[in-house]
Ligand binder design. Structure first.
Ligand code: NAP
Length: 286
């Protein structure tokens, strides 16, 4: 089994680079060996390696900067997946691609299911939705995994930011009106690899292709998440205050409630991520 991993230096890609070799022969690439915004670059990497599976963990992920760089963001997040899907279609490869809870508007009170209506509220979110649509319009042999609030100690993430704020300040303010599923990048990489093993053992059934939600089990607010981080880090002297999104003037809007219902993935693959609290504790273990 030959696997092409695109975006190997990113938060998720770095973890995938460690789990995917259990499953097959891996070629890992990132920018500039591959440029997702360039069709020839994508085509040439896929055609020369001829992978059975392409895993795309690369994306333009700076949600705020995307508001002032919409063209670049669209190229990477919409054209890129389209070029990958076209190359996979020609090469008869399966494409595994990641998307986001931010494709939803957040105006709901229950976790989103795969067939709920998207309603992106930022440039980044719109670009990720268009990327999904471009793949779906190209071919059928894809798995799109929508995940949420990914973090790790290795990359710059909400986890590392809260730890860094707590070292510098006695009090921090964190929004309590954004709710979703904190997802440990390593657990996401492990689930992806186990999912591939299930698909391989069943000869890649067409019935299992499609869009899935996959994120840490359970959901919470950024405020409660920050409090859990502070507690596990034993920084009990730091006070966490609840704040509102409108208190922080960020260029991009975020959904209010974008938690994902992952039951379709659980049922299809008989796999589930542990609770977000268990993953957080494991991720912070020295
Ligand atoms: N992080 C989250 O909270 C979150 C939540 C939901 C969904 N997701 C999705 O999960 C996936 C992985 O996210 P992540 O946090 O691991 O992202 P990340 O850490 O930002 O990594 C993305 C990687 O893509 C590379 N890249 C950017 N532009 C490229 C281009 N034109 N061609 C090739 N590679 C390019 C980046 O390289 P440079 O660093 O050199 O730019 C980086 O190595 C993405 O699809 C993201 O949308 C993430």
């Amino acid at each position: 089994m030959k696997i092409l991993l695109v975006g190997c230096n990113g938060q998720l890609g770095w973890e995938l680079q460690r789990t995917l070799p259990y499953f097959g022969e891996l070629l890992s690439v990132d920018f500039p060996e591959i440029d997702l915004s360039n069709a020839d670059s994508v085509q040439s990497v896929v055609t020369s390696f001829k992978p059975h599976v392409v895993i795309n963990a690369a994306a333009y992920t700076d949600v705020d900067r995307a508001e002032s760089q919409p063209e670049l963001c669209m190229k990477v997040n919409c054209d890129g997946p389209k070029f990958l899907a076209e190359a996979c279609d020609q090469n008869q490869s399966v494409l595994v691609h990641y998307s986001t809870d931010y494709v939803f508007s957040g105006e709901t009170d229950r976790p989103y299911r795969e067939d709920d209506q998207p309603g992106p509220v930022s440039v980044y979110a719109e670009s990720k939705l268009r990327g999904e649509q471009a793949i779906q319009a190209t071919f059928d042999r894809f798995l799109i995994l929508r995940t949420a609030w990914m973090y790790s100690l290795r990359a710059s993430s909400f986890l590392t930011k809260v730890l860094s704020w707590s070292e510098k300040s006695a009090e921090i303010s964190v929004v309590d009106d954004q709710i979703s599923n904190p997802t440990w990048a390593r657990a996401m990489a492990e689930m992806t690899t186990l999912m591939l093993a299930r698909l391989e053992s069943q000869a890649w059934p067409a019935s299992l292709m499609g869009i899935y939600h996959l994120a840490g089990d359970g959901y919470t607010s950024r405020y409660e998440w920050a409090k859990a981080i502070i507690e596990i880090a034993n920084q009990h002297q730091v006070k966490v205050n609840p704040a509102k999104s409108e208190d922080f003037h960020t260029p991009a809007r975020r959904p209010r409630f974008s938690a994902l219902d992952c039951s379709k993935f659980y049922q299809a693959f008989d796999l589930r991520l542990p609770s977000w609290q268990a993953c957080l504790r494991l991720s912070m273990k020295k």
